[in-house]
Every structure is written in structure tokens, then in C-alpha cells.
Write a protein that binds this ligand. Structure first.
Ligand SMILES: CC(C)(COP(=O)(O)OP(=O)(O)OC[C@H]1O[C@@H](n2cnc3c(N)ncnc32)[C@H](O)[C@@H]1O)[C@@H](O)C(=O)NCCC(=O)NCCS
Ligand SMILES: Nc1ncnc2c1ncn2[C@@H]1O[C@H](COP(=O)(O)OP(=O)(O)OP(=O)(O)O)[C@@H](O)[C@H]1O
Length: 193
């Protein structure tokens, strides 16, 4: 089985590409969603986040996402500490998920494929690229976050140049090149690997 890591900055269109792959029959593990589930349900993560930030990091509804975001996207040291708590659990969960897949291809979608180390468990790294300003506009149109908050998240992530250098394949979602033919080409290329 070939494992694909889909990455790209906030608003690049990873989720759209992941959906196109899913529609083509490729099972996709969405790391953002699974990590949220784990953060609410793993006793190991709960205990460590509570020790780091105090009990207010969880409310009756689960993780206090706003509070966690305000800590990690303003403080690189805390970002690293939280990543070290959450990412090993996501990694284990992803490996168990892979074991259950039976298709010739599967994928993981993560904005931080390289930063998190998830790239080590995939065979092909795929970057979805869009220029920074377009990404900010898309994220502003989709989320309730302000431009400043979005820029802070972008600044917490590896640069696009480094992501491109480290990726095996790049899909351009820049409003100039259509996505569906590029995903079709990618699938042909994967079949030749
Ligand atoms: C801080 C949290 C609660 C904010 O939740 P919220 O619903 O507001 O945002 P969401 O999860 O949809 O993330 C939106 C985007 O923020 C960026 N982002 C999220 N986590 C990280 C991180 N650790 N490092 C850099 N960028 C990140 C990504 O571009 C992501 O797509 C949440 O992102 C989180 O729990 N992050 C830590 C866990 C993690 O690393 N998740 C990423 C995949 S494993
Ligand atoms: N080619 C496109 N044309 C128009 N809108 C697009 C295009 N690609 C993405 N979008 C829109 O831009 C927004 C961001 O796309 P998407 O959610 O796929 O990004 P993402 O890379 O998964 O971002 P994040 O890391 O924040 O989860 C969404 O609202 C999506 O519908």
C-alpha cells in the first residue's frame, strides 16, 4: 500500500484535494479532525495538557480550543510542548488506521506533515500550494478568525519554500490551474510508482 501525506499551509486547499482523492476511492485520515477527537478522548493527552495549562484547558464541552490556540500560536515553546504531547498519539492512531485499510492507496492530510514528523510514515509527500495572500483570503472567507490570527498560524508553520523542496509532488491551487485534472495526473503518476 502506498501512503500519501497531503500537506500545505492554512487555506491552501488540502481539504479540497483530500476530498477529491476520497471521491476517487482513496481513504484519507484527516489529522486535524482525528487529533481533536484524541485530544478530547485520550486520557494521556488530557492529563498532560492539564498538567501544562491547568484544568481550564478543558471545559464541560471538551477541549477549550480558543485557549489552547491562544497559548500555542503566541508561544513557540508551548507549541513545541503541545506538539510533543499530541503528535505521538496521533501517529499511533494513524498507524492503527493504516493497518485497517485494504486499498492500494491511502492518505493522511496534515498542515504540519513535516513539522510533526508524520512525513516519516508516508511514502509520498504531496504539497498543495497556493500563494500566501490567496490562502489568507480563503481562510478569512471560511473561518471566524481575524487576519492577524491567521497570519500568526502561518508564522507557526514551515515556509512554503521549504515544504515545496521537501515534497515529492506539488499540486497548484492558485486559481490559475484547475484542480481536478491535476489530481487525475497525480493518480496516474502514483500508479506508475
Ligand atoms: C489549537 C487548536 C485547538 C485550534 O483549533 P481550531 O478548530 O481553531 O483550528 P484547526 O484545528 O481547524 O486548525 C486550523 C489550522 O491551524 C493550523 N494548526 C493547527 N495545529 C497546528 C500546529 N500544532 N502547528 C502549526 N499549525 C497548526 C493548521 O493549518 C490547521 O489546519 C487545534 O488546532 C489543535 O488542537 N492543535 C494542536 C494539535 C495539532 O497539532 N493539530 C494538527 C494536526 S495533528
Ligand atoms: N480552487 C478553489 N477555488 C475556490 N475556493 C477554494 C479553492 N480551493 C479551496 N477553496 C476554499 O478555500 C477554503 C480553504 O480551503 P481548504 O479548507 O481546503 O484549505 P486547507 O488547506 O484544508 O486549510 P486548513 O489548513 O485551514 O484546514 C475553503 O473554504 C475552500 O472551499
Amino acid at each position: 500500500m502506498i501512503k500519501i501525506g497531503i500537506t500545505g499551509g492554512i487555506g491552501s486547499g488540502k481539504s479540497v484535494v483530500a476530498s477529491l482523492l476520497a471521491l476517487s476511492g482513496v481513504p484519507v485520515y484527516i489529522a486535524d479532525e482525528e487529533s481533536k477527537w484524541l485530544t478530547n478522548n485520550s486520557p494521556v493527552i488530557r492529563e498532560k495538557l492539564t498538567a501544562l495549562f491547568g484544568p481550564e484547558i478543558y471545559t464541560n464541552e471538551g477541549l477549550n480550543k480558543k485557549l489552547l490556540a491562544s497559548h500555542i500560536f503566541n508561544n513557540p515553546k508551548q507549541l513545541q510542548q503541545v506538539n510533543q504531547i499530541i503528535h505521538p498519539e496521533v501517529n499511533r492512531h494513524f498507524s492503527a488506521w493504516v493497518e485497517r485499510q485494504t486499498s492500494p492507496l491511502c492518505a493522511i492530510e496534515s498542515a504540519i506533515l513535516f513539522e510533526s514528523g508524520f512525513y516519516k510514515v508516508v511514502d509520498i509527500s504531496l504539497m498543495v500550494y497556493a500563494p500566501r495572500e490567496l490562502r489568507i483570503e480563503r481562510a478569512l472567507g471560511r473561518d471566524s478568525a481575524s487576519r492577524e490570527e491567521i497570519e500568526r498560524r502561518i508564522n507557526s508553520q514551515m515556509s512554503d519554500e521549504e515544504k515545496k523542496d521537501r515534497s515529492d509532488y506539488v499540486i497548484y491551487n492558485d486559481n490559475r490551474q484547475a484542480l481536478i485534472p491535476q489530481v487525475g495526473k497525480l493518480l496516474c503518476w502514483l500508479q506508475s510508482q
